[in-house]
Design a protein around this ligand. Structure first.
Ligand SMILES: [Zn+2]
Ligand SMILES: [Zn+2]
Length: 282
């Protein structure tokens, strides 16, 4: 029996599983892309995913990191790769080593400190790009981008054998294109993320929207989280096909949050919204 009852949703053929409630736990995985954004308390269902991308050091987002690494070792899997802002690497190593002492084994880990602008390979045709968010010191978000090659316009009418012939002659017939598949903003307050074209054009945007009620504006400001009014502003700059909302406060019911969001967002944007935790089946 799995340790967690996770939300499950599918966008085209991409499966997204996870759990996210503000101050409680946040973990969102896309198994086909082999990435897990934040690790929450380390649910069983994400342990076999090879790449964990941490956004910041708050405990609700990364309490389970040592369990993730240790359990992979215990079950004979290769060491997990953990991408995290540079400042987090030493404490994660210390926590993991301390658990190794308590557990009587050395826990292997591939810890990678990332900086804004870095690109890290996930699969041969897939990489993660790192960008800054506005939440806690050094907090970051990630976009998973697919690299493809596209045939240059002037060759688009050629037949297969003609293309093979040109390739033989050493002619470059294609050019590289980047397809941003999914962006994870982690925790953040408003910033003009629309300026980053790979964020604005990601097919899927996973963003927090913690607060909804008018009297929660100050909480959003203090905790550096998004209030629904700011989400509306953010969504207007975006061209994403789908927006997945995470990190809703337990102070507002999901039903109330959905209702408020529908009133505040432009219809075009409200129609793109999926609440992650609306997809938990008990
Ligand atoms: Zn959080
Ligand atoms: Zn946080």
């Amino acid at each position: 029996m799995p340790s967690h009852n996770l939300a499950k949703l599918r966008i085209d053929d991409l499966e997204i599983i996870g759990y996210s409630v503000a101050a409680e736990e946040t973990v969102i995985a896309l198994p086909q892309l082999d990435v897990c954004f934040d690790i929450g308390k380390g649910p069983d269902q994400v342990i076999s995913i090879n790449n964990v991308l941490l956004s910041h050091g708050h405990i609700d987002h990364c309490a389970g990191i040592a369990y993730y690494l240790s359990h992979r070792n215990f079950s004979g899997q290769r060491p997990g790769t953990v991408l995290a802002p540079e400042y987090m690497i030493r404490p994660i190593q210390q926590i993991t080593d301390a658990w190794g002492v308590l557990d009587g084994t050395k826990v292997p880990a591939n810890l990678v400190g990332v900086q804004v602008g870095d690109e890290y390979p996930i699969k041969p045709n897939l990489f993660a790009r790192v960008f800054p968010t506005k939440h806690s010191r050094g907090s970051v978000g990630y976009t998973i981008i697919e690299k493809r090659k596209k045939l240059k316009g002037e060759y688009s009418k050629l037949t297969g054998p003609q293309i093979v012939e040109l390739k033989k002659q050493g002619v470059t017939i294609d050019y590289p294109v980047e397809i941003p598949i999914v962006t994870y903003l982690g925790d953040t307050q408003y910033a003009d993320f629309g300026q980053l074209d790979y964020v604005a054009n990601s097919k899927i945007l996973i963003t927090e929207c913690t607060f909804y009620e008018d009297e929660h504006r100050e909480r959003a400001e203090v905790g550096r989280h998004l209030h629904v009014e700011e989400l509306a502003k953010l969504a207007r700059q975006m061209s994403n096909e789908h927006i997945i909302i995470t990190h809703v406060t337990h102070r507002t019911s999901l039903a109330a949050a959905k209702k408020i969001l529908k009133n505040v967002l432009d219809k075009r944007d409200a129609d793109k919204i999926i609440f992650l935790m609306g997809r938990v089946k008990s």
